[in-house]
Design a binder for this molecule. Structure first.
Ligand SMILES: [Zn+2]
Ligand SMILES: [Zn+2]
Length: 313
């Protein structure tokens, strides 16, 4: 059973390509909510094509205000309105996001849509939290203020040990349920039973890091991405264009792979692929020289994470 489904909606850099749309990534979490990271031109089509339920999008995280990452949001918000969406939508983005959308939509943004929209200009650090997870942002070095986002699940309580519950004489039923929620109960002998007496060690959740455009500074990006189950980073340039990457504030696939290795990521997906197609093969090879579990993402690529695999260690 899939716990988290990640879909790459667009993997091109700067301009659309025949087989690559512009930046966008959808993450469907366990409760069915969809978190959308960036919304490049064409995101609506890709959402339909790859069967993401767009009415389930509850939060949109914009990395920066370059066109290739945001031109799709105007159409998407309008379509949600035409489809008579009613559930609220939150949009997080770098400073200037709120003003940009307000200028575009004018008064309509306040109460002209069928659903409430909350826009929050965001800086690096804690962004938001919800049941079971939090989102944290980190800046990258790019030509404008740019944020990468980490989805970090909170630790979950350990497994319920039926044998121990019986040994300590805790009555089955409500008391077992309370213990499973982390609450203390009384045994049949009126002894206080703490949840840690019955539950196994806490279990970690998933960590997914969605890196955006820019150069990832090792000293602070490696700790930010540390231990990620899924790490998505950009790979606009290859080795031969290192100086161009520095000048344009983008990464090479090798630089991103070095970050993945140092951060002990489980898997690296490279995106933001330049239209210079002849470089594509080299990009993957150069990345794999540094980090074997690196692949070049493509539109429609899906990652399915299963909580059972995580519990296995
Ligand atoms: Zn870009
Ligand atoms: Zn950019």
């Amino acid at each position: 059973m899939t716990t988290i489904r990640i879909v790459f909606l667009g993997t091109s850099a700067s301009v659309p390509q025949k087989n690559r749309f512009l930046s966008g990534l959808a993450m469907q979490i366990e409760n069915g909510d969809v978190l959308l990271f960036d919304c490049g031109e064409g995101t609506q089509y890709q959402i339909m094509k790859y069967k993401v339920n767009f009415q389930k999008i509850v939060k949109i995280f914009l990395s920066h205000l370059h066109g290739d990452h945001i031109y799709g949001i105007f159409g998407l918000l309008s379509t949600m309105n035409l489809a008579e969406r009613s559930n609220p939508l939150k949009i997080y983005g770098p400073p200037g996001t709120k003003m940009l959308l307000e200028r575009f939509f004018g008064e309509k943004l306040e109460n002209g849509f069928s659903y409430p929209i909350v826009i929050l200009d965001t800086e690096e650090g804690f962004v938001c939290e919800d049941e079971g997870y939090q989102i944290v942002a980190k800046r990258t070095i790019h030509s404008v203020y740019t944020l990468s986002y980490a989805y970090i699940e909170k630790d979950r309580l350990g497994h319920f040990d039926i044998k121990k519950a019986k040994e300590l004489n805790v009555k089955k039923g409500t008391k077992w349920q309370q213990l499973q929620k982390g609450k203390s109960v009384l045994s049949e002998e009126n002894k206080v039973i703490l949840p840690e007496m019955i539950l196994g060690p806490k279990r970690r959740g998933f960590k997914i890091v969605i890196g955006s455009d820019g150069i990832y500074q090792e000293e602070d990006f490696v700790p930010f991405a540390m231990g990620a189950d899924v790490l998505v980073l950009e790979a606009t340039f290859s080795d031969i264009n290192e100086s161009k990457a520095k000048e344009k504030h983008h990464s090479t696939s090798r630089w991103s792979a070095i970050i993945a290795r140092k951060a002990k990521a489980k898997k690296l997906y490279l995106t933001h692929i330049s239209p210079r197609l002849d470089e594509e093969d080299n990009l993957e090879k150069q990345a794999q020289e540094e980090f074997p579990d690196a692949i070049i993402a493509y539109d429609g690529l899906e990652i399915h994470l299963n909580r059972k695999d995580l519990d296995k260690g």
